[in-house]
Write a protein that binds this ligand. Structure first.
Ligand SMILES: NC(=O)c1ccc[n+]([C@@H]2O[C@H](COP(=O)([O-])OP(=O)(O)OC[C@H]3O[C@@H](n4cnc5c(N)ncnc54)[C@H](OP(=O)(O)O)[C@@H]3O)[C@@H](O)[C@H]2O)c1
Length: 254
């Protein structure tokens, strides 16, 4: 298991859900991982769960804040030397129709999901090894219209575009930029504030019923695609998107 042997991989949102599943797989493949997120307690719990202390570094901070992005890069370099993979996975979903959307909510979503990743790439590039990889976690929301997800969907569509443009700009350095776009996946993001566990379960059951595979995704299924895009297994793939959604956006079953 050496697909990422000794590669230094920053995983934003690495303390839970898809990011934590990616961390587990990347470590299995020999990587050194840096988990980044706002909650230091969550990151420490994740590190304890992963159990390979010498190859896991945690850095707490907000991707929307320039100083935190700089600190993430500086701490990674001080600890592990260089950066090979940026798995830009952290994200927030705030649902509101256009009539209800406030500028504050819109700015919060775009700052965490699009502007933050963009400027983290800018901050990390001088410290990245040539031949590295950048992997966004997008969403099927960038492909289809879903009610009340306009800001979120626009942020993910922005990432989809960046995968293409930045792949062009980073071609001379052989840094490939790609995106994995999950459908509904069993992670803490589904535990929306204000909803009881029962309501969340009903919502998940309803979403599963609408899926061709009659289930929602598991974080490990998304992480496998992220590993593929982060490693040389995808050496001829750039500016691309892998959709991991059980066929939800691709099949029409009657
Ligand atoms: N689960 C799904 O159904 C689904 C579907 C499509 C796409 N996605 C995408 O998958 C990605 C991962 O989400 P998930 O489903 O694994 O949910 P999750 O467990 O809630 O993970 C999101 C992570 O992002 C971190 N984060 C949020 N805002 C941040 C910020 N401003 N700065 C730094 N870290 C921040 C969170 O940690 P802190 O709160 O500690 O900061 C958390 O660890 C997201 O980009 C999401 O949009 C998920």
């Amino acid at each position: 298991m050496t697909k990422l042997k000794d590669k230094v991989c920053i995983i934003t949102g690495g303390g839970s859900g898809i990011g934590l599943a990616s961390a587990r797989l990347f470590l299995d493949e020999g990587a050194k991982v840096v988990l980044f997120g706002r909650s230091a307690a969550k990151l420490e719990a994740a590190k304890a769960e992963l159990g390979v202390e010498e190859r896991v570094l945690t850095v707490s901070g907000d991707i929307a804040q320039a100083a935190d992005r700089q600190a993430l890069v500086a701490t990674t370099v001080a600890h592990f030397g260089k950066i090979d993979v940026l798995h830009l996975n952290a994200g927030i979903a705030k649902a509101a129709s256009i009539e209800q959307m406030t500028e504050e909510m819109y700015d919060e979503v775009l700052a965490a999901n699009l502007k933050g990743p963009y400027f983290l790439i800018q901050a990390a590039l001088p410290e990245m090894n040539d031949g590295g990889a950048i992997v966004f976690t997008g969403s099927i929301s960038n492909q289809i219209g879903q009610h009340s997800l306009s800001a979120y969907a626009a942020s993910k569509a922005g990432l989809r575009s960046l995968a293409r443009t930045l792949s062009t700009e980073l071609l001379p350095r052989k840094i490939r930029v790609n995106m994995v776009s999950p459908g509904v996946t069993q992670t803490p993001i589904l535990d929306m504030p204000g909803l009881s566990a029962e309501v969340v379960q009903e919502m998940i059951a309803s979403l599963a019923a609408q899926n061709p595979m009659k289930r929602i995704g598991q974080p490990e299924e998304i992480a496998k695609a992220a590993l593929f895009l982060a490693s040389d297994d995808s050496s001829y793939i750039l500016g691309a998107e892998i959709i991991a959604d059980g066929g939800f956006t691709q099949l029409q079953l009657t």
